[in-house]
Design a protein around this ligand. Structure first.
Ligand code: AMP
Length: 175
C-alpha cells in the first residue's frame, strides 16, 4: 500500500528548522525511482473525476512531483515561487508565518481566467502557504479545482483553511 511505503521511506528530522518541529524529509523517496513513479500515479488516481486544466506547484518541494503529475494528467505545469525568483511580470500574495511573513508570486500570464487549477505541494501543514497560492490563482481570475499533497499533517487542521476554496483535498499519507 502506497501510504505505508511512503511512511516507511520518509525520514523524520527532529527539531528542524527549529526546536519542536518534526520535519518530514521526502528526499529518501527521490532515491527510489520505482516509488516516485508509484507516487505520481497514485496522486493522479486520486484526482480521477476532478476537472483540471493546470497543475500549479509550490516552490520548492512542489516542483519535485508537480511537473510529473501535470505530464501524467496531460495539462500544463505552472511554478508558484518565492518572491524575487520569477523573471517576468508577476502577481504577488503575502501571508503570515509563525514569525514574520512571506510572499509568493506567479507570472501574470501563467493562468487564464476560468482555468481550473490543481494546487500541489509535498506537504500540507497549517495550510498558510496553499491559502496564499489559492489567492494568487484567484487574482488571475482562475479557480481552485482542488489540492494534492504527498503528506497531510491532519492534526494541524490545514484542511479547514482550504475548505472555503475547494473541498477536494487529497493526500497519500496522513499523520
Ligand atoms: P503550511 O503553510 O504550514 O501548510 O506549510 C507548508 C509548507 O511548509 C510546505 O511547503 C512544506 O513543505 C513545509 N512544511 C511545513 N511543515 C513541515 C514539516 N513538518 N515537514 C516538512 N515540511 C514542512
Amino acid at each position: 500500500m502506497i501510504e505505508s511505503k511512503i511512511k516507511l521511506t520518509v525520514r523524520d528530522v527532529h527539531d528542524f528548522p527549529k526546536p519542536g518541529i518534526v520535519f518530514k524529509d521526502i528526499t529518501p523517496i527521490l532515491k527510489d525511482p520505482a516509488l516516485c513513479v508509484q507516487i505520481t500515479k497514485a496522486l493522479a488516481e486520486q484526482l480521477i473525476g476532478v476537472d483540471i486544466d493546470v497543475v500549479a506547484g509550490i516552490e520548492s518541494r512542489g516542483f519535485l512531483f508537480g511537473p510529473q503529475l501535470a505530464e501524467l494528467l496531460n495539462v500544463p505545469f505552472v511554478p508558484i515561487r518565492k518572491a524575487g525568483k520569477l523573471p517576468y511580470k508577476t502577481v504577488k500574495q503575502s501571508y503570515d508565518l509563525e514569525y514574520g511573513s512571506a510572499t509568493i508570486e506567479v507570472h501574470e500570464d501563467a493562468l487564464s481566467p476560468g482555468q481550473r487549477v490543481l494546487i500541489h505541494d509535498d506537504l500540507l501543514a497549517t495550510g498558510g502557504t496553499v491559502v496564499a497560492a489559492s489567492e494568487l490563482v484567484m487574482q488571475l481570475g482562475a479557480k481552485v479545482a482542488g489540492y494534492s499533497f504527498i503528506i497531510g499533517l491532519d492534526f494541524l487542521n490545514g484542511r479547514l483553511r482550504l475548505a472555503p476554496y475547494s473541498n477536494k483535498i487529497f493526500s497519500l499519507a496522513s499523520y
